[in-house]
Design a protein around this ligand. Structure first.
Ligand code: GLC
Length: 743
């Protein structure tokens, strides 16, 4: 053997050897046991589970986070079963455990991979202290449809941003070595295309041409696989007529043959049996056959494998070699986690909870996640020095649970700093704070308390309204067909407006909402998503200028729900609108002759552009981009160039800007988007300072899947922009040229 093999390679070889030896000892029943994940309750170990564990018929459990119960489960599996194979303990640690970070869509608005990695690290530590060693995150489905409830869990509409943030979260959860204490296995989900569900209705059909699938939806998954994600979760959804759970194309051709993924694939919750509901199989036995043939290694919370796999093997319809391969994938992750050496959890090995460092990370994430959409006449930041009183109004001002957002099984609302608390903490006795909830919930249509709210607005210097969506309106199975502010919130804004004072709106929501009906009624808008445990402190610090807002939209905000799907990296079409085109039906002459009016792609009653574009966000600073340049005008395929621009802060305060790099491939063998994000960086610029922001572009960054579905960079002309949103207009261009033969 080559003695210079790195330790990592040697470790890999040892694991592969141990997998082979262990699989060689296992009975068929024990092999199927490893493919079985059961959902248990959190306060006891049922007798039937004890029996199954002793006989090696359970490989993993989910939704147990009581560390004593977890250790008891592990003890039975390790000490009372024949082969002593430890368990994977799975949990949805999506954006925090006890300390809750902003929802992933809010974290995406930070455009800060380092922050997401740190947040995931803290979440992993808190979860690991409870015995969890596997999280079902990051969710990296691309979503261009804010009606979809699960956009809250996503990183938004862009493949590049989602890839960067998904990789960061994987690295946060898994650390540099899965076997180190506090590292837990990550799970990139839902593979694949789930976010393209028709009308944004959760679980609905997805029809995605392979070119679009590869160039958009698969990119983040490839990135996380290349970054070493331990597991992948199959999607519930039907992709082009074949549910992902039965898709050999996805699970074998793409994941294994093309990407050489060597972790394991888990089904979604009971999604194997759902193949019958899809109408793909007649019964659970056929469902088991299709899933195992496709390469679903482990069944989450279902009985298809445990009840039918053995007979399928006996009948010769499933080759035991296939089962050995799938079991090997599962054991590989268990070995990499170090579970055979150290299956038990000692909570005292972990930082105490609640953890001050985790809270600090949660606050920083909340601070950087907030997007300032409007700030007329610089009404923000507020100053205690020129305020005697403020009215704090709305159903989300004092909502410790709601501000945590969706998917927080283990979040502790008692730890939440609410928006009201944050304002109180900020102003102390210097400013009188009048709080009126005005609505029991964000969905309420009861306006009985509006008079009291209006009086508070009239009797104070200005009003801050905390509005939006409760968390139950977002997340899995919670899609909305109308994405206006729910309930009577719009009427509340209009009533408060009539008091004649400044109105600041802070929106807590799990999706981009359609704000067209309020955007002209208020003086400032902060979009805070669901900001998590420390949301109140963060929002107060932004309102009073301790920090400047730096968040940028990770998803487009439509004018109207009828514009959806709407996203910045659209194709040009043969009749493109002028990007900033705003044409409304009432702009048209009274008697418009029946023609193909406009001759370009837009809606008569909504125009073309969104209310706020991808990448948009205001600051207390005033940023200006000038003098874009490319290091060379012609770049050979295989080489790289740099693109830079000057960024000046003409404002009164220093602040962070997220500078963004967009590229367009003007002519290619398949149509290409009008812009694609290819780089971004958070940069701090002092008041009056000018800095140079610089991005390196490899020609491989320009590659796309062409007509033959192979990744290719084609020679030709490219346009490039640098700016503070996807509407950046500072542009340059360069040529990619094919490397000369023999060069
Ligand atoms: C769900 C979700 C999946 C989650 C799993 C376990 O239905 O689709 O994202 O990880 O069940 O809770």
């Amino acid at each position: 053997m080559n003695v210079s093999l790195t330790e990592k390679t040697a470790k890999t070889l040892r694991i592969e050897q141990r997998i082979g030896e262990l699989v060689g000892e296992m009975t068929v029943a024990e092999k199927i046991g490893q493919m079985n994940q059961v959902c248990l309750v959190d306060h006891a170990v049922p007798e039937d589970a004890r029996v199954a564990l002793r006989s090696g018929r359970i490989g993993s459990v989910l939704n147990v986070v009581n560390v004593e119960i977890v250790n008891e489960l592990q003890r039975i599996a390790v000490e009372e079963s024949r082969l002593g194979i430890p368990l994977l303990i799975g949990r949805d640690v999506i954006h925090g455990f006890q300390t809750v970070m902003p929802i992933p869509l809010g974290q995406a608005a930070t455009w800060n991979p380092t922050l997401l990695k740190e947040g995931a690290r803290f979440s992993a530590q808190e979860a690991a202290a409870s015995g969890v060693n596997w999280t079902f995150a990051p969710m990296i489905d691309i979503s261009r449809d804010p009606r979809w409830g699960r956009i809250a869990e996503s990183f938004g509409e862009d493949p590049h941003l989602t890839s960067e943030l998904g990789v960061a979260m994987v690295r946060g959860f898994q650390g540099d070595d899965l076997s180190t204490r506090g590292s837990i296995a990550a799970c990139a989900k839902h593979f694949a295309g789930y976010g393209d569900c028709e009308s944004g209705r959760d679980y609905a059909t997805t029809n995605i041409p392979e070119n679009e699938l590869r160039n958009v939806h698969l990119r983040p998954f490839r990135a996380t696989v290349d970054a070493g994600v331990a597991t992948i979760m199959a999607s519930f959804s039907d992709l082009n007529g074949i549910p992902a759970t039965a898709s050999e194309f996805l699970m074998r051709q793409v994941l294994r043959d093309e990407w050489q993924f060597d972790g394991f694939v888990v089904s979604d919750f009971d999604s194997i049996s759902q193949l019958c509901v899809h109408g793909l199989t007649e019964n659970d036995k056929d469902a088991a056959l299709q899933a195992v043939t496709a390469g679903i290694d482990m069944e989450m919370a279902g009985a298809c494998y445990t009840e039918h796999l053995e007979s399928l093997i006996d009948e010769g319809r499933v080759d035991i070699g296939v089962v050995d391969e799938l079991v090997g994938n599962i054991l590989r992750v268990k070995f990499r986690l170090g579970l055979f050496e150290d299956p038990y959890t000692n909570p005292s090995d972990f930082p105490s909870k609640p953890n001050a460092d985790a809270m600090r990370a949660a606050k920083t994430a909340a601070l950087q996640s907030v997007v300032m959409l409007k700030n007329d006449h610089d009404v923000l930041p507020l100053s205690c020095g020129n305020l005697r009183s403020i009215a704090v109004i709305g159903p989300l001002a004092d909502a410790p649970y709601e501000q945590l957002g969706t998917w927080i099984f283990d979040g502790d609302p008692a730890l939440s700093i609410t928006c009201l608390q944050g304002v109180h903490d900020m102003v102390g006795d210097a400013v009188d704070v009048r709080f009126v909830r005005a609505m029991d919930t964000s969905r309420s249509r009861d306006t009985a308390s509006f008079d009291e709210a209006v009086r508070a607005a009239q009797e104070t210097d200005l009003s801050i309204l905390f509005l939006g969506e409760e968390s139950i309106l977002t997340g899995e199975a919670h899609s909305r067909a109308d994405i206006d502010l729910p309930g009577a919130q719009v009427e509340l804004i209009r009533r408060i407006r009539k008091a004649g004072k400044k109105v600041i709106v802070v929106i807590l929501a799990g999706r981009p909402l359609t704000l067209t009906n309020i955007v002209d009624e208020v003086d400032a808008i902060l979009y805070a998503w669901h900001p998590g445990t420390m949301g109140g402190t963060a929002i107060a610090e932004l309102l009073f200028g301790i920090e400047s807002p730096s968040g940028k939209l990770p998803a487009t905000m439509p004018r109207m729900v009828g514009q959806i799907p709407i996203y910045y990296n659209q194709k040009n079409t043969g009749k493109p609108p002028r990007p900033h085109e705003l044409v409304f039906i009432d702009d048209i002459a009274e008697q418009a002759p029946q023609t193909s009016f406009g001759m370009f792609a837009f809606h008569l009653d909504a125009g073309f552009s969104p209310l706020f574009p991808f990448g948009y966000g205001l600051s207390y600073a005033k940023f200006e981009y000038k003098n874009i340049r490319t290091s060379i005008h012609e770049v050979e395929i295989g080489d790289k160039l740099t693109v830079s621009a000057e960024l000046t802060n003409n404002g009164e305060v220093g602040a962070v800007e997220v500078a963004q790099l967009y590229v367009r491939d003007l002519v290619a063998s398949v149509t290409r988007p009008v812009r694609e994000l290819k780089g971004f960086k958070r940069v701090y610029v002092e008041s009056g300072q000018t800095i140079t922001v610089e991005f390196e572009l490899q020609t491989s960054d320009l590659a796309f899947y062409g007509r033959d579905y192979k990744l290719v960079t084609e020679p030709g002309e490219f346009r490039v922009w640098i700016g503070g949103s996807s509407y950046a207009d500072l542009q340059s261009e360069f040529q990619v040229i094919a490397r000369q033969r023999g060069a």
